[in-house]
Write a protein that binds this ligand. Structure first.
Ligand SMILES: Cc1cc2nc3c(=O)[nH]c(=O)nc-3n(C[C@H](O)[C@H](O)[C@H](O)COP(=O)(O)OP(=O)(O)OC[C@H]3O[C@@H](n4cnc5c(N)ncnc54)[C@H](O)[C@@H]3O)c2cc1C
Length: 430
């Protein structure tokens, strides 16, 4: 991977200072090498360094360069399916571990922020999931009933009350999850990474891992300019997973998620939109999601096809989606537009793999990795610190290849416009 600058975004303009990192230029040894310095890798590094392990993090670019520094920053403690469905995939014990991990995930993020005093505009005001069509109203009903049964605080908001809470009449039904919230995601990632460094982790940037090789009972991890001899290697590469670990990239489909920020809004309009500070995301396949940020802007996102958000169709999708959701913002300038790669999995669940002794990989958050990447990093650290695979909240599973990976990148890109048509038909006819 070539060295790339941090993606320009509202977050890169407003984040806490970047973490100065050197390239790995020597041959060193460690207990654990973590590949990727996003939320997942930084959380794992933090937990392992806290227990006194010798931790090295290798990042192709700089901490937060991947999706973690570009996300909407929404902290959403809910899976895409019901607990029953999750248990039908994973079995009762493992399934309920995952369900509980979701239920507690937002609290885990906000208590970490507090514990390590991470300066990242964290707000736990609640999250609205809005129905874009009648069929989705039924799905929300099913989800709310099922998740309430397993202990998630989730309720309904409808009609005028929802219109007031959204500042728009676009949606008539939503679920409200009060534990949800938001962070400035680049500051959050940098905060986790700085905490890991202060506990002794060594973080190297511009150090793309080219290969890993088994050496007796250890591993040799090699970059262009150095190497690390280690007992454990942990892949935290999510939507940026390459072919270093054979087969891992076939388990996910990297989809592009887009973000934009409006110019600062007139006071009156800013106060009218999402007045209680809720975040929101709707039920479209080509999701619309957004929130307010403190300098009087609205941040709005959807799916797209170009990670740099340079394609006209992507820019149009952002302007049209924003105006459809908040008609009062029609014609407002989007001063920042950016994108990045998320990892979609066939069962829409995150996965933890241990394909060989000493290798772990945690990925596949399906667009909800701010909370679940934070959880996954901790769980991988627990495995390394001696917890048996059977006792982990997220079970160790075998690779399961993603169907869309059989097709070319162009075919994958066609998925977004196709889903968009399906969303529109559903909105019109159900
Ligand atoms: C635009 C956008 C909006 C999103 N909005 C939300 C949201 O509101 N809420 C939510 O929960 N989730 C959201 N997501 C998803 C969320 O950001 C991700 O799930 C999460 O950040 C994944 O974190 P991670 O640490 O696992 O991976 P990443 O942050 O993607 O980090 C992976 C890192 O691995 C590095 N890497 C890859 N290969 C190598 C190698 N060979 N050697 C060294 N380093 C390597 C990459 O450089 C990268 O920095 C969004 C994503 C995007 C792109």
């Amino acid at each position: 991977m070539n060295h790339q600058k941090l993606h320009p975004s509202l977050w890169s303009d407003t984040a806490t200072p970047r973490i100065p990192v050197n390239q790995l230029n020597s041959h060193i040894s460690a207990d654990v090498v973590i590949i990727g310095a996003g939320i997942t890798g930084s959380r794992a590094a933090l937990e392992l360094a806290k227990q006194g392990l010798n931790v090295v993090v290798l990042e192709s670019q700089e901490p937060g360069w991947g999706a973690s520094g570009r996300t909407g920053g929404q902290v959403n403690p809910l899976a895409h399916d019901t607990p029953e469905k999750i248990c039908s995939y994973l079995g009762e014990k493992a399934g309920m571990g995952v369900v509980n991990a979701y239920v507690n995930s937002a609290d885990e993020v906000f208590s970490l922020v507090k514990k390590y005093d991470i300066n990242c505009d964290a707000e736990q005001n609640g999250w609205l999931r809005t129905a874009h069509c009648n069929r989705s109203v039924k799905k929300l009903e099913l989800m709310a009933t099922a998740w309430r049964k397993v202990g998630l605080d989730i309720s309904y908001v409808q009609g005028n009350e929802l219109h007031r809470l959204m500042g728009t009449k676009t949606y008539n039904t939503a679920t409200l999850t009060p534990k949800g919230g938001s962070v400035q995601p680049l500051s959050y990632t940098r905060g986790l990474c700085s905490a890991a460094i202060s506990l002794g982790a060594r973080v190297f940037g511009h150090s793309s891992v080219d290969r890993i090789e088994r050496r007796d009972s250890r591993w040799k991890v090699t970059t262009k300019s150095g190497s690390v001899d280690t007992k454990w290697v942990v892949f935290c590469t999510n939507g940026y997973t390459d072919s270093v670990l054979k087969g891992l990239n076939k388990t996910i489909v990297p989809l592009v998620s887009l973000q934009s920020a409006t110019a600062p809004l007139p006071e009156e309009i800013y106060n009218e939109i999402l007045p209680s500070g809720y975040t929101y995301a709707d039920t479209r396949r080509v999701i619309f999601y957004g929130r307010k940020v403190k300098d009087k802007r609205i941040v709005f996102g959807t799916l797209g096809v170009s990670s740099d958000c340079k394609k006209t169709s992507d820019v149009k999708r952002l302007y049209n989606g924003l105006a459809e959701t908040f008609p009062q913002l029609k014609g407002i300038e989007l001063t920042h537009k950016w994108g990045g790669q998320i990892a979609h999995t066939p069962d829409v669940l995150p996965h933890l793999h241990e394909p060989q002794p000493g290798i772990l990989a945690g990925l596949g958050y399906n667009g909800r990795g701010v909370a679940m990447g934070t959880v996954m990093g901790r769980i991988m650290a627990e495995r390394i610190l001696g917890k048996s695979a059977e006792d982990l909240e997220i079970p160790v599973t075998n690779y399961s290849n993603a169907f869309l990976r059989h097709f070319s990148d162009t075919a994958v890109k066609l998925a977004v416009p196709t889903f968009e048509i399906m969303d529109a038909l559903e909105r019109r006819f159900t």
